[in-house]
Design a protein around this ligand. Structure first.
Ligand code: OFO
Length: 177
């Protein structure tokens, strides 16, 4: 049985993960609007992962006898001055999420909730990867600068990211007849 303090913190984390999903989906729209369809595709895959993260916490709370409670999501940013700002924001957001996972790990240890530790360790690993990928793209965009050819090459490269099988965010899934 999960305790009240960790349940509350994990419910807060469901909100953070769903806000991540929502923020990245807003970035998808902005990127399509700038005809950066490859980057939009990459960000759509990222949004998919955030929904999965929210569901991992949702199911963990329920499996442990707690109650998952959904909260209001905060007002979204819907506009960016540049593609660099989009990926800098994504990188900063991943750093924020890492700090939240660290807080959850601290709470789980203080509450001696050993059953949560494997899942939180998975999230810690995931955050290393997510900070690395968003940080790398932000750095590459800085290198590209105003070079349009470089921007298009990076857009093509990021368009190669593969959706997890059966993703509901993959247009192929919802266009299927
Ligand atoms: Fe859920 O890892 Fe990104 O935010």
């Amino acid at each position: 049985m999960i305790g009240d303090r960790l349940t509350q913190a994990m419910n807060d984390q469901i909100k953070h993960e769903l806000e991540s999903y929502y923020i990245y989906l807003s970035m998808v729209s902005w990127l399509h609007d700038r005809n950066l369809d490859g980057m939009a595709h990459w960000m759509r895959c990222q949004a998919h992962e955030e929904m999965i993260h929210a569901m991992k916490f949702f199911d963990h709370i329920i499996d442990r006898g707690g109650k998952a409670v959904l909260q209001d999501l905060k007002q979204l940013k819907t506009d960016w001055v540049s593609v660099e700002e989009v990926f800098n924001d994504a990188y900063a957001h991943e750093q924020f999420i890492t700090s939240k996972i660290n807080e959850l790990t601290t709470i789980a240890r203080e509450e001696k909730d050993y059953a949560s530790e494997p899942m939180l360790a998975w999230f810690s690993d995931e955050q290393v990867e997510e900070e690395a990928t968003t940080g790398k793209i932000a750095a590459e965009l800085e290198m590209v600068g105003k070079d349009k050819t470089g921007l298009l090459m990076l857009d093509r490269e990021l368009g190669q990211r593969v959706f997890p099988a059966g993703s509901p965010l993959d247009p192929v899934a919802y266009n299927a007849k």
